[in-house]
Design a protein around this ligand. Structure first.
Ligand code: SF4
Length: 379
């Protein structure tokens, strides 16, 4: 659609048209909203936690994590006072751990600057670590009924279709256009409910593939449905090429049975979490086994027997298809020099030896946890 046609359509959206649309959407939501645990409260803290967890993560996955998190840390003050290891452990398996660290930092910020009360002013919310326009709009509108729009993947799809927006909605112009539309369509009351209803419609009815237009409360408002353009709108995103990555993890064991783990430092991936020593193999020009033998010897600071590959894990992270080969390695005799516990050292890597059973309470990434459980199961 060209700009002038779009502008004409925009002009024709009269206040009465918007009121009708909002009423239909709200009525539908009142009848069909899923009873999600964070919808039972207007307290901004649990709403904020749920919104952060829901970024990049499915509702079905989030529910159990949300319940566990709120039970363990029921207030902003409790979150602010918690140890980072506890916060990361509660987040273990959800991925995108930066979200947890920022939530933690923001709770401390709220306790220092706002007396532990989640702020209700726009500027103060935007100043919180990790809180972007979407999260701020969601918490302010849902908890305080502030006149704030939201735009995320589900509402972006619904709005693109309601406006028959043919260009890329993720581009700068598309984002400007859709944020403006999200604001224009806000009703006078029940703003937070309206925002949630838009997202719910995108999640349950106006899905990417085969939207259920026959069950959509906004069908009569939707030019995309009228023109049969559901598969063309929103314009599909260009998928980045998948890149294969080969890595290795070392399970290095001392004669007393303890295993070496590394705590990732600030700025590293999985910062604050524990992991097995991990190595990229793609750029290694010699035999991976010889390379790992050298790495294991350096970590053991003496003779190390590199054993067999004990496990191979395959997983996809964003655009990387990762093959992770895990090798056992043993220090055959006690040596004083083997990598010391360096947890107190400010230098990286920070290492520590653990008995297999001691690894369970540590925060670990998904593949690290799989290796740890494999070791315990194998005795
Ligand atoms: S009518 Fe279909 S395409 Fe239009 S908003 Fe509803 S579900 Fe989406």
């Amino acid at each position: 659609m060209d700009a002038s046609t779009l502008a004409r359509e925009q002009r024709s959206r009269t206040p009465a048209w918007k009121r009708r649309l909002a009423r239909r959407l709200l009525d539908w939501f009142d009848r069909h909203a899923r009873p999600l645990p964070w919808r039972a409260t207007r307290d901004p803290y649990p709403i904020w936690v749920s919104e952060v967890m829901l970024q990049q993560t499915q509702v079905a996955t989030v529910v159990a994590y949300y319940r566990r998190f709120i039970e363990a840390l029921p207030t902003i003050a409790a979150l602010a006072a918690a140890d980072e290891q506890q916060v990361l452990k509660l987040w273990e398996g959800l991925g995108y751990y930066r979200r947890a660290r920022q939530l933690h930092a923001a709770a401390r910020h709220i306790c220092e600057r706002h007396g532990g009360e989640f702020p209700s002013e726009r500027e103060a919310v935007h100043a919180l670590p990790g809180v972007g326009r979407y999260t701020a709009g969601a918490v302010l509108s849902i908890a305080f009924d502030a006149r704030e729009p939201i735009l995320e993947a589900n509402s972006m799809r619904v709005l693109s279709r309601l406006l028959a927006y043919r260009d890329d909605p993720r581009g700068a112009a598309g984002q400007r256009h859709l944020w403006q539309a999200a604001e224009d369509l806000l009703p006078r009351r029940r703003i937070g409910t309206f925002n949630q209803a838009l997202m719910e419609l995108g999640s349950e009815i106006c899905t990417t593939r085969e939207p259920k237009c026959h069950a959509c409360p906004l069908a009569q408002f939707c030019p995309t449905r009228l023109r049969g353009l559901q598969s063309a709108i929103p314009a599909p995103s260009r998928k980045p090429a998948i890149q294969a990555v080969h890595q290795a993890a070392l399970v290095l064991q001392r004669p007393d049975g303890r295993i070496l783990l590394v705590r990732r430092g600030p700025g590293e991936r999985w910062a604050g979490m524990w992991d097995f020593p991990r190595f990229e193999l793609d750029d290694v020009t010699r035999s991976p086994v010889a390379y790992l033998q050298q790495q294991a010897t350096a970590l053991g600071r003496g003779p190390v027997t590199l054993g067999e590959r004990i496990l191979t894990l395959r997983h996809v992270v964003t655009r990387f298809r990762i093959t992770l080969d895990c090798y056992a390695a043993h220090i055959p005799m006690p040596t004083k020099a083997a990598a010391p516990d360096t947890l107190k050292s400010p230098r990286r890597p920070r290492t520590k030896w653990f008995r297999p059973a001691e690894m369970e309470p540590l925060p670990m990434n998904v593949t690290g946890r799989k290796i740890a459980r494999f070791i315990v199961q194998q005795g």
